[in-house]
Write a protein that binds this ligand. Structure first.
Ligand code: S3P
Length: 436
């Protein structure tokens, strides 16, 4: 599937984008490990979260749905998972693979984790190292890549792990393994990262402590089934936050957006650039802050992105690079080397597409410098990365000519229905099959 997006247009209206991917994954994982029923609403019916659902079904968990975002999970308790009859295929989803590794490391049965071509090339040593220290036995391919083979019957010991990189996936993996470990398991992070695991564990009645920067729990407790309302994903909202900001005449209301402070770096960065975003009706739902966001077009200026905001906006940089391309002056991003190990190398993928569209940029080891200026048109590659596809789609709002975007199938991993939803708001986007 390809997108062909005509230049110009503006975004108008009111919309609730699909559910948060990180929270959707965790709702299935903790719901499966809980005692009793968990009901989820607003669940993201994207391929990544569905890979997590399929994995738990394969391990014997009864899950109804998702139907219109509703899911009912019959939890089996911390000791109730069963061996799957085949390797667990996590598709494109790094979150599924890394968090599941933590859950599977201490099981009585062996497991194998595989994924698509992108996931099979992503680094897993970052979870293998702490899990091995806890007593797990995990085999990987060269360079710590999948497939991962997790041995049966390891006895896990609680550890303290000082995370070498700001990664919520690694933090969550270690904490989830800690549920099955003897004693206390704790982590410290080089910078705060999304804390949905900690919040949701508490929502399931599990005690998670946080003192002096140390986050931890004791193994052997019990999770109790609960109800979860998944907010709209701020990472999906980001494409429209940027789109409405760069397109003259836009006025857009995004409703029920997750506003967890470990995720709102995109708002802070856009505000520093001059965006006009008002946060309305802030409220808390099921332990997560939520609000409606009203965005009006505003001229942007280039900035040096503060380093402390990088982990808080890590998935939003493809969209933010488009904002930078439309800004007056230069935007500098540093300290973002983690972008190189996402679904694609997002610094390289975005730099190539920006250059194709005539936007001057300089690639750095850990970031990029983007000179704002006119966006031309042309054909860009996505490297099968959903967020690259959606970022270049909204770039057309500020472009001079058509933008053709190749290989857009992966958009369905996080944002099923993106094209029709965007079209309804005013983005002149068409979907086409690639030429034979
Ligand atoms: C996620 C954490 C982030 C993010 C990913 C989802 C999560 O990855 O990029 O899309 O749900 O924990 P890292 O923690 O590896 O940075």
């Amino acid at each position: 599937m390809e997108f062909l997006v005509s230049p110009g247009g503006s975004l108008q209206g009111e919309v609730r984008v699909p559910g948060d991917k990180s929270i959707s994954h965790r709702s299935v994982m903790l719901g499966a490990l809980a005692v009793g029923e968990t009901r989820v609403s607003g669940f993201l019916q994207g391929e990544d979260a569905l890979a997590t659902v399929a994995a738990f079904r394969a391990m014997g968990v009864s899950i109804d749905g998702p139907t219109r975002g509703e899911l009912k999970i019959q939890g089996v308790g911390l000791k109730g998972l069963r061996a799957a009859s085949a390797a667990l295929d996590m598709g494109n989803s790094g979150t599924s693979m890394r968090l599941l590794c933590g859950i599977l490391a201490g099981q009585a049965f062996a497991s194998e984790l595989v994924g698509d071509a992108s996931l099979m090339g992503r680094p897993m040593q970052r979870v293998i190292t702490p899990l091995t220290r806890m007593g797990a036995r995990i085999e990987a391919a060269d360079g710590g890549r999948p497939p991962l083979r997790i041995s049966a019957g390891a006895t896990l010991q609680g550890i303290h792990y000082d995370l070498p990189m700001a990664s919520a996936q690694v933090k969550s993996c270690v904490l989830l393994a800690g549920l099955f470990a003897d004693g206390e398991t704790s982590v410290t992070e080089p910078a705060p990262t999304r804390d949905h695991t900690e919040r949701m564990l508490r929502g399931f009645g599990y005690d998670v402590f946080q003192r002096d920067g140390v986050i931890g729990l004791r193994g052997g407790g019990q999770l109790t089934g609960t109800d979860i309302d998944v907010p709209a994903d701020i990472s999906s909202a980001a494409f429209f936050l940027v789109g409405a900001t760069i397109a003259p005449g836009s006025e857009l209301l995004l409703t029920h957006v997750g506003m967890n402070p470990t995720r709102t770096g995109v708002l802070q960065i856009l505000e520093l650039m001059g965006a006009d975003i008002s946060v309305q009706n802030p409220r808390e739902i099921g332990g997560e802050p939520v609000a409606d966001l009203l965005i009006r077009h505003a001229p942007l200026k280039g900035i040096e992105i503060p380093r402390d905001l990088v982990p808080l906006a890590i998935d939003e940089f493809p969209a933010l690079f488009i904002a930078a391309a439309c800004a007056k002056g230069r935007t500098v991003l540093r300290g973002a080397e983690e972008l190189r190990v996402k679904e694609s190398d997002r610094i390289a993928s975005m730099a190539e597409g920006l250059s194709t569209l005539g936007v001057r940029n300089e690639v750095l080891d850990d970031g990029i410098i983007i000179e704002g200026g006119p966006i031309g048109g042309g054909t860009v590659r996505t490297f099968h990365d959903h967020r690259i596809a959606m970022a270049f789609a909204v770039a057309a709002l500020c472009a001079e000519r058509d933008i053709q975007i190749l290989d857009c199938d992966h958009v369905a991993t996080s944002f099923p229905g993106f094209d029709s939803l965007a079209r309804g708001l005013g983005l002149p986007i068409a979907v086409q099959d690639p030429e034979p």
